[in-house]
Design a protein. Structure first.
Length: 267
């Protein structure tokens, strides 16, 4: 009986020793590789310029603790290889899905376009192009100026707001920050906005105005001062007819030649 109890104690001791050894080994491995059992995240192994087609050499995989908030990321390099970079990626940066676009056909600019959007190019000079300070990634408003046939006076109106600049001339890179005078600017618009832009360009002249990237508010309408109406001079031999309008409720004086008549305004 005593021998059997001693054998049982020995077996229990061995079992406890094995469990303790396994737990110690697991603890040591966790200290040496803290992220081994975490989630896998694809990061950039080098800086990836705008418009680059991603290759396997651009990528590497790291592990982070489970539950780390890193956004909509990739877990496997195969998910990223072949995509087009639509925003410059820095070495070591976690790759987020909103910074890449699928490139099935066409050129890089076509892949950068958002769904249901179009690219329209307008001719500019150093004035229309805001003295060369328009760069890819900026946002602009479009002001259209046209001449009215009835009054022969120019009218200006902001016809489009907050348009994204896709490219200047033939450059779509967002790396540059120095002004450069260009001949054409490519804007990202909807189909309806494209029609408005082309119509404004054909009817008169357009001017691009640069927006603050943090300003998403619509401008407050300005109060336009009243324009005095000038009546043409009377023909020789005829008396002038002058009518002066007053605010509602005030007396109105009408002069017809030498006759003077005071009446009350009805409007």
């Amino acid at each position: 009986m005593i021998k059997r109890r001693g054998l049982t104690l020995i077996l229990v001791s061995l079992a406890l020793a094995l469990v303790a050894a396994w737990m110690a080994r697991a603890w040591v491995q966790a200290q040496l590789n803290p992220h081994e059992s975490g989630m896998h995240v694809v990061v950039a192994a080098m800086t990836i310029p705008f418009g680059t087609k991603v290759e396997a050499r651009h990528l590497r995989v790291i592990s982070l603790p489970q539950g780390t908030p890193v956004g909509d990321h990739y877990e496997k390099p195969d998910e990223v290889v072949g995509l087009i970079v639509i925003q410059k990626v820095i070495s070591g940066e976690i790759l987020l899905k909103e910074r890449f676009a699928d490139h099935t056909s066409g050129n890089t600019l076509a892949a950068v376009l958002k769904p249901d959007m179009r690219a329209v190019t307008v001719r500019v000079d150093d004035v229309v192009g805001v003295a060369g300070f328009l760069l890819p990634g900026n946002h602009v408003d479009v002001v259209a100026a046209r001449m009215r046939n009835d009054t022969q006076r120019a009218e200006a109106e902001t016809v489009l707001r907050n348009l994204n600049v896709l490219a200047v001339d033939q450059t779509a890179s967002q790396d540059k920050d120095q002004p450069v005078v260009v001949r054409a600017v490519t804007l990202e618009v909807t189909s309806k906005q494209a029609e408005v832009l082309v119509k404004a360009r054909e009817e008169g002249k357009i001017q691009l105005t640069l927006r603050n990237p943090l300003d998403n508010r619509e401008p407050t309408p300005e109060v336009v001062p009243a324009v005095a109406q000038v009546t043409p001079a009377p023909a020789p031999g005829k008396k002038a007819h002058v009518q002066v309008a007053r605010p509602a409720g005030n007396p109105v004086t009408i002069i017809r030649g030498t006759n003077v008549q005071n009446t009350q305004s009805s409007t």
